[in-house]
Unconditional design. Structure first.
Length: 585
């Protein structure tokens, strides 16, 4: 955490350089590009000197074919070298941005679930796309001009000092004037840029949320409300765009004015020195040509400067993600014997500073047995599953497999032991085959695919589809019914062959016919596995080996169905309501 704070406190340019260095750009290619840039500039610096001699010694007899050919060849080489240099620098820029995006994508996949609880997905997507695009634009579109411009300015100044040091010193008046203009405007540009990137991220988040839940929007007649929300974001972006435009509208004309004044002064002072014989006409022409070789790159440097302010703002956002503490992936210990009891010992957990969701709960789940978890909504049942999946860590207590804490195992090894079938049954865009095989790094043949589909009773509807397993399911499985999505999720769990099974209200949202089919598939899946079941319908869990009754984050009852009916008042009420049991006389 301290390292992250120190990083954020660094100046923007240091953060940017650090971010670029971490992508390890090719030093060889960079050296080649710089050498070509230097050679291009050197050739460019020779052209005004040739022009100077041509003007001072001009006559038809003095024209030398060899010199002209040499000049043309030099200019062609300059153009070729410049093109190659720009391409190499763009290649480096693209590789740097690809490296940043690769690191960012890899990081996003290993960030804990708590990060996504606190940050909207749309904003995170914006960091991945919009902010990296800003960095990419700086490197590929402006960095090449910046490097060649620096070389051109330095080379031109050296030659000008040799030609006439007094006129050159006079030209330096423009430097403090430019600094006075650029420094305050640059600070404003940085602030506006950060605001625009933040607003872009929020706007992206709104769009993503609305479009992903477009059916809810239409069913609720919320089009007008969402239009207003989106319009607000568009207006904010428009205002930031105007602020940025105002700054750019001030920078370009002011720098142009400084350059124009400088040119007038140089021409006036230079004309005086030519008339007095101190300078030749060729010297003055060469001086003006070198002046343009300084002025043109200065314009490019100005553009680079404004773009750099944008990039440093984007860099801060990117680094804030890269420095976020990730899930523990460095532990190497494998789960060797999963056929042991799962022991939950005095576990307490809360989301942030909120009221604890789980309060000092303890129980054991025997290997190969079924443990059902029931209770009112909001009593902490799903949170317990999240702790078992290690999406979060308990603030107090420990969860053990046998005697070993589950946090001593690698995440890959631990999660590969678990099959999780939830009420929502998440489905990814793609085919039914993609969804059943999701997450596996091995090739699955047709026989295995059909076997697990049959065990999950999914073969019944898959074989009726024209394209079978290659049928597209649509975004979030919208082309499938709830029961079909559940059966695909169960088939996925069968294919993983987990030793620990967690079922989170897997049949609660289904109609009676679908529930019966899914329940049969779940019974197949539960055989020989350590199973935890969250259920609102007691009919699905009355045969469980043990039932835990949760109330307000605590376990208030534990035993078999018969035991709880006798000993637990609220459980008996649940049973009477759902199973229509008769009250004991």
């Amino acid at each position: 955490m301290k390292e992250m704070e120190d990083t954020i406190k660094q100046p923007g340019w240091r953060q940017f350089v650090r971010l670029v260095k971490q992508t390890k750009p090719s030093k060889l290619l960079l050296c080649i590009a710089l050498v070509l840039s230097v050679s291009t500039t050197i050739v460019g610096l020779l052209v005004p000197l040739f022009t100077k001699n041509l003007i001072n010694d001009f006559s038809l007899s003095s024209l030398n074919t060899g010199k002209i050919i040499l000049l043309v060849v030099a200019m062609l080489i300059q153009a070729l070298a410049s093109g190659i240099s720009i391409y190499i620098l763009n290649h480096i820029g693209q590789s740097v941005v690809a490296g940043i995006r690769d690191r960012l994508w890899k990081k996003l996949l290993v960030l804990p679930v708590s990060y996504y609880d606190e940050n909207q997905t749309g904003e995170t997507v914006s960091r991945m796309t919009n902010d990296t695009a800003v960095v990419k634009g700086l490197i590929t579109d402006h960095l090449a001009n910046f490097l060649t411009g620096i070389i051109s300015i330095i080379g031109s100044i050296i030659v000008l000092l040799i030609l006439d040091w007094k006129m050159t010193l006079l030209m330096f008046i423009a430097i403090p004037l430019s600094f006075v203009i650029l420094f305050p405007l640059g600070k404003k540009m940085h602030k506006v840029s950060k605001g625009m990137q933040d607003e872009t991220a929020k706007f992206t988040s709104v769009i993503q949320q609305v479009l992903s839940e477009v059916r809810l929007v239409k069913a609720s007649n919320a089009e007008k409300i969402e239009y207003e929300n989106g319009k607000k974001g568009i207006t904010e972006l428009f205002q930031f765009g105007l602020k940025e435009a105002k700054i750019q509208a001030m920078i370009a004309p002011l720098i142009g004015l400084v350059i124009m004044l400088l040119l007038v002064v140089i021409l006036g002072y230079g004309g005086m020195r030519v008339s007095s014989g101190v300078l030749t006409a060729g010297d003055l022409v060469a001086f003006i040509m070198y002046l343009f070789q300084i002025v043109m790159p200065m314009g490019q440097l100005t553009t680079f400067f404004t773009q750099f302010q944008k990039a440093t703002g984007a860099t801060e956002r990117i680094i804030s993600i890269l420095e976020t503490v990730e899930e523990e992936h460095k532990i190497k210990q494998e789960v060797k014997n999963v056929n042991q009891p799962i022991n939950v010992e005095h576990v307490s957990f809360s989301y942030g500073d909120a009221e604890p969701v789980l309060k000092d709960i303890s129980f054991s789940v025997d290997s190969g047995k079924v443990t059902a978890i029931v209770g009112p909504s909001g009593s902490g049942k799903t949170t317990l599953f999240s702790l078992l999946e290690r999406y979060y860590q308990p603030q107090e207590g420990e969860i053990r497999l046998g005697r070993e804490s589950i946090h001593h195992f690698s995440l890959l090894s631990w999660r590969s032991q678990i099959g999780y079938v939830s009420q929502e049954s998440p489905i990814v865009s793609g085919t039914i085959r993609d969804n059943i095989c999701y997450g596996l790094d091995r090739k699955v043949d047709e026989a295995d695919l059909y076997r697990v589909a049959k065990m999950a009773y999914a073969d019944q509807f898959i074989t009726e589809l024209p394209q079978g397993f290659d049928t597209e399911v649509g975004e979030r499985g919208i082309k499938l019914s709830g029961g079909q999505r559940q059966r695909i999720a169960i088939a996925r769990a069968f294919l993983r062959d987990p030793k620990i099974l967690m079922l989170d209200e897997a049949t609660s949202s289904l109609d009676s016919k679908s529930e019966l089919v899914v329940q049969q598939a779940l019974q197949n899946l539960m055989k020989g596995r350590t199973t935890l079941v969250i259920a609102h319908r007691l009919s699905t869990v009355i045969d469980a080996d043990q039932i835990l009754f949760f109330e307000k984050g605590k376990i208030t009852g534990q035993g078999t169905h018969e035991e709880l009916v006798q000993s637990h008042t609220l459980y008996r009420e649940f049973a009477n309501q759902q199973l229509r049991m008769k009250e004991p006389v």
